[in-house]
Design a protein around this ligand. Structure first.
Ligand code: LIP
Length: 281
């Protein structure tokens, strides 16, 4: 499918419409919250309503293209499909923390043809197409091109990460990686939306981001933003990331920094991934 400028405008309008819906639902007290996999893995009525809004709006504009969304979670049986997270940063949204986003990626198999990340709190939109660059569009329609930072030193880098919902049940919960990087960097932030964290790397506000146990809808759009802004996106092992990978390392693409991220993750995870000692003989 060839994406025209008018398609970008249409999909941004759809994402903004979903963002407006969830803001109105929150303001009117309709964003009721219930638990998914645990008492900290939340879904709100706004998540479900926003995904329904996205599904019907995209079907009206682009009939016949499947949609795979976080809340319905029906993986598609066709190569071309919309991959959507109606609210990335649901915990923030449920607590009225305005760092959350609406995410739409158009996939052709493993390739992301269009990335749209709408910042619900700031009413601005990040978008990218392969080979077309990455952009920030304000609510008034002004566009600016996104460029990653040039930071080469791990010690001077500002990093972002996040923690999985299983963090209370397993020692392998990103704490070791956080403890490794926290004293070796300018600092490590945890803001709570993978999509916006990746957008911060794309716009050069953060120098790197890593996280595990994510879903494709959390990170497909953001990965394209970072790559189109000149950054690099790999797995923890250093292979180029695809939507099949649930862990991700995104950086400004400066080799010394990306390699330091991979080395730090490898070092921090060694005790977690080493064969378990059989101390009972
Ligand atoms: C969230 C991610 C965040 C991660 C959370 C959760 P959700 O996605 O954006 O980075 O730390 O555990 O996965 O559940 O808000 O769509």
């Amino acid at each position: 499918m060839h994406i025209e400028a008018r398609d970008v405008d249409c999909v941004i309008t759809v994402a903004r419409g979903a963002g407006d819906l969830v803001r109105r639902m929150y303001a009117s007290g309709q964003a009721t919250v219930r638990e998914k996999s645990s008492e900290i893995d939340l879904v709100t009525a706004a998540d479900v309503a926003a995904e329904d809004f996205l599904r019907s709006a995209l079907e009206r504009l682009y009939p016949g293209i499947a949609l795979w969304g976080e809340e319905s979670n029906q993986p598609p049986d066709q190569a071309l499909y919309w991959l959507v997270d109606p609210i990335d940063g649901t915990t923030n949204f449920a607590h009225n923390v305005a760092y959350c986003s609406v995410n739409i990626a158009l996939q052709d198999g493993l390739t992301t043809l269009l990335a749209v990340t709408y910042h619900i709190g700031l009413d601005c939109t990040y978008h990218a197409q392969p080979g077309g660059g990455a952009y920030l569009r304000t609510s008034h329609g002004e566009e600016s091109r996104l460029h990653v930072s040039a930071t080469a030193s791990l010690r001077k880098s500002l990093l972002i990460t996040g923690f999985p919902y299983h963090r209370a049940e397993a020692a392998d919960n990103n704490a070791a990686e956080f403890v490794y990087f926290m004293p070796r960097t300018a600092c490590v932030r945890n803001f709570g939306s993978a999509a916006l964290d990746l957008a911060h790397v794309a716009q050069g506000a953060a120098d790197g981001y890593w996280e595990g146990w994510l879903n494709p809808w959390d990170i497909a759009a953001g990965a394209l933003l970072v790559r189109e802004a000149g950054g690099r996106v790999t797995t923890y092992g250093g292979r180029e990331w695809t939507i099949r990978d649930n862990h991700i390392v995104a950086s400004n693409g400066v080799p010394a920094l990306h390699d330091a991220l991979l080395e730090g993750i490898r070092t921090a995870r060694a005790p977690l991934t080493a064969p378990r000692l059989n101390i009972h003989g």
